[in-house]
Design a protein around this ligand. Structure first.
Ligand SMILES: NC(=O)c1ccc[n+]([C@@H]2O[C@H](COP(=O)([O-])OP(=O)(O)OC[C@H]3O[C@@H](n4cnc5c(N)ncnc54)[C@H](OP(=O)(O)O)[C@@H]3O)[C@@H](O)[C@H]2O)c1
Length: 208
């Protein structure tokens, strides 16, 4: 069984549910809201005793992220930080009991090259987005240190510049290709607890 979490109702997810024939379950939750995430975890816990893999993928970017320092609205960044950095930690905290009982014991956090200190993009803006992904990266390092003795593997992936609603139509990477690359890499790294943890979807190590 695969569980998905999203904020709003999409016609596509409704048709996915029909096609999945009971193999996919969908729960609408807001990762920036602790009560909503807790409700989601209770829903999942009522359906299964264990989670093999947890993937934190939800993320946002705001048009205001593009502004340079002088025009950047710092207080307007709170929502983005809440979703991108605290959201994954909320979901992980709520689901860790189920993950501990799973077979694969794999936690995947979807980061970005924007979280890398040596990013090739050379941003001079996007303070909030880059900071939120850097926070997700250090969060994942801390979680890996904490969970390693229990055999839980934590992995971080940069999915590439994908043509999704966030990436826009001119982005070069097909999200399905990115997802396939991440799934294959995660499968091969899962049982190698001492391997590097921050990767590009195409199998290249992502520098911190
Ligand atoms: N696209 C890129 O080029 C790119 C590059 C590097 C990293 N990333 C990262 O890859 C991940 C996926 O990005 P994407 O391109 O697929 O973005 P996207 O097309 O905008 O999709 C983002 C997803 O996150 C969900 N979401 C947003 N806020 C949420 C919340 N508060 N609670 C629960 N779900 C929420 C959205 O749900 P709704 O649609 O219901 O709002 C949507 O399903 C993100 O973490 C992003 O930062 C993307």
């Amino acid at each position: 069984m695969v569980f998905g979490v999203d904020v709003v109702q999409h016609p596509e997810t409704d048709s996915l549910l029909e096609e999945a024939n009971g193999q996919f379950d969908f729960f609408r939750a807001d990762v920036s809201d602790s009560a909503s995430v807790q409700h989601m975890a209770e829903y999942v816990g009522a359906k299964t005793e264990a989670l093999d893999i947890l993937v934190n993928c939800a993320g946002i970017i705001q048009p205001e992220s593009e502004y340079l320092l002088e025009d950047f609205d710092i207080d307007g960044s709170m929502k983005l930080f809440n979703v991108n950095a605290l959201g994954p930690l909320r979901v992980t905290k709520a689901c860790i009991g189920l993950l501990r009982k799973g077979q694969d014991k794999l936690l995947v956090n979807i980061s970005s090259e924007a979280g890398s200190m040596t990013s090739h993009a050379d941003y001079i803006n996007r303070y909030d987005y880059c900071m939120s992904k850097a926070a997700l990266n250090i969060q994942s390092v801390i979680l890996q240190r904490y969970l390693k003795p229990e055999g839980i593997r934590v992995l971080l992936f940069n999915p590439g510049w994908m043509h999704t609603p966030m990436g826009g139509p001119e982005a070069p990477v097909d999200p399905a290709v990115s997802a396939r690359g991440i799934a294959d890499l995660a499968e091969s790294l899962r049982t190698r607890p001492d391997s590097y943890m921050y990767w590009n979807y195409n199998g290249m190590e992502r520098p911190w």
